[in-house]
Each structure stands twice: as structure tokens, then as C-alpha cells.
Design a protein around this ligand. Structure first.
Ligand code: ATP
Length: 493
């Protein structure tokens, strides 16, 4: 039996990032030039894992009769972003340290202040009120209140976490997160376009195109996977907050009045999707946005959060966006986006329930969720450490590895034949170098769920050993039954 090994949170993150590089999941963008902050490249196994995450989402969403797919352009008419509110509202408050030039997103800077520092800040702002012993809950509540209502007063007495200097922050300024560029050769204001900061708007503006071409009736949804870009003030925590990332968004159009029911339905569906793909239930939680924190378009909003090594973080948002988006696009474009209900002969602007997941952020949660270090018995029965990525088999980049025990006695020929038979259906990996125990460990580290070993018994009875990654249980299967064996484990034609 395998025994788990405990790591501290920062050790775990360091080990995961290093494994991702070593085994070809994730590389730093432009690494040979020193890297580019907030951008990452997906290596051979990473791109496969990401594709599997996206495929599972795509199948789950669009293989239903009430959801259609879409792939809208990244560049859109600039008025789209005025209508959506992004030009005006897609801003984060930012401060700079005048001393060391470090830049911070104000709300995140405030969130990361320890209780002890919060106490110091409050005492400095209002010594009378905050003297003596006071409960931590009271302090953090008061700190939140004061930092929300008068952020500049807090900044003035705050020390910079990078250089330690006090009172060196600039006043907070608003910073728009959209990347700007220009269409055509002239870089003037009339040529400005934005790299989309979310995929949703491409769906809203195509609502009637999709509805009429697919002859869908309400309620129905439109799903899209694609790149989004945000000029985040601070990028950090590996893939969690990057400037270029992928989203998997679905907008579900419903009749007003039925929106609460569909909101609940999609909340449940989306949480279940993560659980079905192997996310540990105790690492998932809901976070409801408080009424004063709701986005300008939202009636209700819940985030699905995952417990990352650095704490809880949002991986998907489920929002009741009301009829805000369609109404705004009607207003700004002058074109109707109303739906005509054939049965009731009513014309109205649908409400929208949005499910908005980050593909790259979810992938990071799947990586963290999969990472295990264990003490496990070797082939000789000796306990040794193994790192094993316990991906759900549907997500695993490699589905099965094929090992000839030795490179003679006809074993490589049989192994190659098995490889030829399986390769059209499954992503397999052939490995004939080193002791079998080491080959197992290499596959454990990239999360391959099954290893097939061709040994001397194969020569006698045409069976092979299949070893399952997590339990390490081995069973013998006839070589001519391998395809049907894997058909029970994976779905393929
Ligand atoms: P946050 O509060 O973390 O900045 P958000 O509330 O702005 O996120 P949404 O606009 O709801 O996020 O975006 C939907 C999803 O897109 C998020 O749940 C997340 O998975 C993903 N996402 C958003 N911003 C980023 C980013 N900078 N890097 C990676 N993924 C992101």
C-alpha cells in the first residue's frame, strides 16, 4: 500500500512547477530571453492535458441538444467594449511604490496584509479607537471597512511589502486591463481595437445569428472556448493569474422569470463537472459574491473555488447577467436582439446565465489535485518514494505505456505490434529503456493510468501485465483482448 508524503504549501508549488518543466507540461514563455511575465507555453504533455480539459468541457456542453458551439474572432468592433462596460469599468485600482517602483493591485495588496499589520495600520489611523486588546475578527472587519471606504488613508501609513518603506505609495489610480492595439497601418485613436478580455461578448453579439441558423428555441445556450487577454497588474501563482489565458464560457439564454431556476441548475452542473473529473470534494467550495461586490451587470454570482497551495482561488464563475448584455448591445448597435416566442407570440430580451471557467486556471487546479508523493513498494518489495500524478484517465495526457521487459526474445516485436494496434485509438507511449520499476515511475510522474508489460509469460500464453497507476494492482490480459479492455476504460471508436 502507498503512504502519502506531506509537503508544505510552498514546497508543493515549487515541486509542481519543476515537474511541469522537467516533464514537458509547462515552460516559461520566451525562456531563453529571460521569460515574459504572465505568459506560459504548453509543452507536449501540457498541450495534451489542456486539450483533454477543453474536450471534456466541449463534449459536456455541446453534445446536448440545447447548446450550440461558436468560435468568434478575438478582435471585435471597439463599440462592443463600450457597450459591455469594459472601457469604463474594466479597471483595477493600482498603486506604485515611489521608492522601489513595485506595482500592486490595491485590493490584493490589502487582502494580503496580516492581522498584525492590520492592527498597526488601524492604530495609526485612529489610535483612540484601536488601542488595547481586540479580537482578530473585529480588527479584520474594521480594516476591510476602512480600506474600502478610504483606501488612500490606509496607503499613507502602509509599508511596501517589497522594500519595507512606509508612506512611499502613490495614490490609487484606475488601470484598464484591456490590451489595446490598432487595425491598419495608422496608429491613431480611430484605429484602436482591443484584444478581448473575455470570450462572452462574441457570444452575445451573435445571439440571433446562432439562434436563427440553428433554429433553437429558448432556453438554449452558446458555448465557446478561446483565448482572452488581460493586462493584469500583478501576475503570480504560476498559471493562476496570467495575461494571456483561455476561457471556456457558456451563455444560457432564458425567459425572464425562469432565470433563478436555471441559475441553480447550472451551478449544480458545473460543480459536478469538476467532481466527475476527479477533483476532491473537500478542495472545492462555493463563494457567493456579496450584494455590494456584484459586477454592474449581475443579479447573482457564485464562484467555484479550489483550494490551491496558496489558498482558495476562483476557477469558474456562474453569473446571472440578467438582460444587461443584450439590452446594451441593442442600445449601442441600434439593432434588435430580441427573441420572438412563437408559442406565446411575445417579444422580449432574454436573461443570460453565464458559466465562465478558465481553461488554464482549471488545468492548474487539475495539476495540483493530481500531484501526490507516496511511499510505495518497488518491484523488489522495498519501500521507495514515488511521485504520481493521479489525473482522471480522461484527462491523462498519455493513456497507456508499453514496455517490453527485455529487448530480446521477440518481446520488442510483440510490443511494437501492440503499439500499432492501440495507437490509432489511444495516445500510447513506448519505452524500452531501463528497469521496469524505473519505467513505471516515469509514467507515474506524468499520470499515465495504465502500463502494459510484455514479458516471458507473454511468449508462452499471449497475455501481458497491465498495471494500474493508483492502486499499482497488476492483472494479466490476453494480447488480442487489449483493445476491448481499453474500450471499457476509455471511450473511443
Ligand atoms: P479574478 O477575480 O481572479 O481576477 P475574475 O472574477 O475577473 O477573476 P472572470 O472575469 O469571472 O474572473 O473570468 C472567468 C474565469 O476566467 C475565472 O474564473 C478564471 O478561471 C479565468 N480567469 C480570469 N482571469 C484570469 C487570468 N488573469 N489568468 C487566468 N485565468 C483567468
Amino acid at each position: 500500500m502507498a503512504k502519502p508524503v506531506n509537503n508544505t504549501e510552498s514546497q508543493l508549488m515549487d515541486k509542481l512547477v519543476s515537474l511541469c518543466k522537467r516533464r514537458g507540461f509547462i515552460f516559461q514563455s520566451s525562456e531563453i530571453y529571460g521569460g515574459l511575465n504572465g505568459a506560459w507555453d504548453y509543452g507536449p504533455l501540457g498541450v495534451e492535458l489542456l486539450r483533454n480539459v477543453k474536450d471534456e468541457w466541449w463534449k459536456n456542453m455541446t453534445y446536448r441538444e440545447d447548446i450550440e458551439g461558436l468560435d468568434a474572432a478575438i478582435l471585435m468592433h471597439p463599440r462592443v467594449w463600450e457597450a459591455s462596460g469594459h472601457v469604463e469599468n474594466f479597471t483595477d485600482p493600482m498603486v506604485d511604490c515611489k521608492q522601489c517602483k513595485s506595482r500592486y493591485r490595491l485590493d490584493i495588496l490589502f487582502e494580503e496584509i496580516s492581522i498584525k499589520k492590520q492592527k498597526d495600520v488601524l492604530r495609526e489611523i485612529d489610535p483612540q479607537r484601536f488601542q488595547g486588546q481586540q479580537k482578530d475578527e473585529f480588527i479584520s472587519e474594521q480594516f476591510k471597512k476602512i480600506s474600502d471606504s478610504s483606501p488612500d488613508a490606509v496607503i499613507k501609513v502602509l509599508s511596501c511589502p517589497s522594500c519595507g518603506n512606509k508612506g512611499t505609495f502613490t495614490d490609487a489610480r484606475k488601470f484598464n486591463l484591456m490590451f489595446k492595439t490598432f487595425v491598419g497601418p495608422v496608429e491613431d485613436s480611430g484605429a484602436v481595437v482591443y484584444l478581448r478580455p473575455e470570450t462572452a461578448q462574441g457570444i452575445f453579439v451573435n445571439f440571433l445569428n446562432v439562434q436563427s441558423s440553428s433554429r433553437q428555441k429558448l432556453p438554449f445556450g452558446i458555448a465557446q472556448i478561446g483565448k482572452a487577454f488581460r493586462n493584469e497588474i500583478n501576475t503570480k501563482n504560476f498559471l493562476f493569474r496570467t495575461r494571456e489565458f483561455e476561457q471556456m464560457e457558456m451563455q444560457f439564454f432564458v425567459k425572464p422569470g425562469t432565470d433563478d431556476k436555471w441559475f441553480e441548475y447550472w451551478r449544480e452542473q458545473r460543480m459536478q463537472w469538476f467532481i466527475d473529473l476527479g477533483m476532491k470534494k473537500d478542495k472545492l467550495q462555493w463563494h457567493q459574491h456579496a450584494p455590494d461586490k456584484l459586477a454592474h451587470y449581475a443579479k447573482d454570482a457564485f464562484d467555484i473555488e479550489y483550494l490551491f497551495p496558496f489558498g482558495w482561488g476562483e476557477i469558474e464563475g456562474i453569473h446571472n447577467r440578467t438582460n444587461f448584455d443584450l439590452s446594451r448591445h441593442e442600445e449601442y448597435s441600434g439593432k434588435t436582439l430580441k427573441y420572438f416566442d412563437e408559442e406565446t407570440k411575445e417579444k422580449f430580451t432574454p436573461f443570460i446565465i453565464e458559466t465562465s471557467a478558465g481553461a488554464s486556471r482549471s488545468l492548474m487546479a487539475f495539476l495540483v489535485n493530481a500531484y501526490h508523493e507516496e511511499e510505495a513498494p518497488s518491484a523488489e518489495g522495498k519501500m521507495e518514494q514515488r511521485i504520481v500524478m493521479k489525473f482522471h484517465p480522461k484527462l491523462a495526457p498519455i493513456k497507456a505505456a508499453i514496455f517490453p521487459l527485455v529487448n530480446r526474445d521477440g518481446m520488442p516485436e510483440i510490443s511494437k505490434k501492440i503499439e500499432r494496434e492501440l495507437r490509432p485509438h489511444l495516445r500510447v507511449f513506448y519505452d524500452d529503456s531501463g528497469a521496469v520499476g524505473r519505467r513505471y515511475r516515469r509514467q507515474d510522474e506524468v499520470g499515465t493510468p495504465y502500463c502494459i508489460t510484455i514479458d516471458s509469460q507473454t511468449l508462452e500464453d499471449q497475455t501481458v501485465t497491465i498495471r494500474e497507476r493508483d492502486s499499482m494492482v497488476q492483472e494479466r490480459v490476453a494480447t488480442d483482448q487489449l483493445l476491448s479492455y481499453f474500450r471499457t476504460k476509455f471511450t473511443f471508436g
